[in-house]
Design a binder for this molecule. Structure first.
Ligand code: PGA
Length: 254
């Protein structure tokens, strides 16, 4: 039995000013001071990163960026590179969140380029995959998950893959209050894991953490985290409140 350390991640999306971020951390740290079970990562907006890093210093909480560009530097107005994120002190990065795919033109190809850039900078990438409601209803879930996973991993070798985590986020469950049941999520995770095994071998697949995301709340987190296939949670709305995210983090150690 492989023990994968749960990864509990807060995706703040485009919420919180630096001041609000500081207040969150001040309230959050005492609530999780005794929790050892999980790796805890906050993904604030870029502008909050310095403040959050300073506020979490000497705690077990780590900080990541919500996005990167794959070039290291250059004339790319408005973009931020993996090396800048790394130099700022981040340890993690989200790649290919469905909102980026939906509103900002991310494709399987850009996700792949960003994954390479993240690994080159020794960031821990959390690659997001997930099907649309229309794809689920058309019976295409497995095909979509296999395609997104294999394209994301193109050109990645088994030796490079250890830091990678994948987040399964069914698009119909994000911000809708409609969570995948633990069984639906576990089934999707098995598909993703088998695709990782196909691309990188069984050993990598068995060690890779696959998180669930999509309307994770304090009340549904325990049953999700109870599934052996679910190795953590990527939490949006419910991560904006320190008490509610602390409760979700607790479910990883239960
Ligand atoms: P949600 O978002 O928890 O608000 O559904 C999850 C995500 O988009 O990562």
């Amino acid at each position: 039995m492989i023990a994968r350390q749960p990864l509990m991640a807060a995706n703040w999306k485009m919420y919180k000013t630096p001041e609000q971020a500081r207040a969150f951390v001040a309230a959050f740290l005492p609530l999780i001071a005794n929790s050892q079970a999980a790796e805890i990562v906050l993904f604030p907006p870029f502008l909050d990163i310095a403040t959050v890093l300073e506020s979490v210093r000497n705690s077990q909480v780590q900080v990541g960026a919500q996005n990167i560009y794959w070039q290291e530097e250059g004339a790319f107005t408005g973009e931020i590179s993996a090396s800048m994120v790394r130099a700022a002190g981040c340890t993690h990065v989200l790649i290919g969140h469905s909102e980026r795919r939906q509103y900002f033109g991310e494709t399987d190809e850009t996700v792949n380029s960003k994954l390479h850039a993240a690994l080159a900078q020794r960031l821990l990438p959390v690659v997001c995959v997930g099907e649309l409601l229309s794809e689920r209803e058309a019976g295409q879930t497995e095909e979509v998950l296999r395609r997104q996973t294999s394209k994301a991993l193109e050109g990645i070798s088994a030796e490079m893959a250890a830091p990678i985590a994948i987040a399964y986020e069914p698009v119909w469950a994000i911000g809708t209050g409609r969570t995948a049941t633990p069984e639906i999520a576990a089934e999707a995770h098995l598909v993703i894991r088998s695709q990782v095994a196909h691309a990188l071998g069984r050993h990598v697949a068995e060690n890779m953490r696959i998180l669930y995301g999509g309307s994770v709340k304090p009340d549904n987190a325990p049953s999700l985290m109870n599934q052996p296939e679910i190795d953590g949670a990527l939490v949006g709305g419910a991560s904006l409140d320190p008490h509610s995210f602390a409760k979700i983090v607790e479910s990883a150690g239960a």
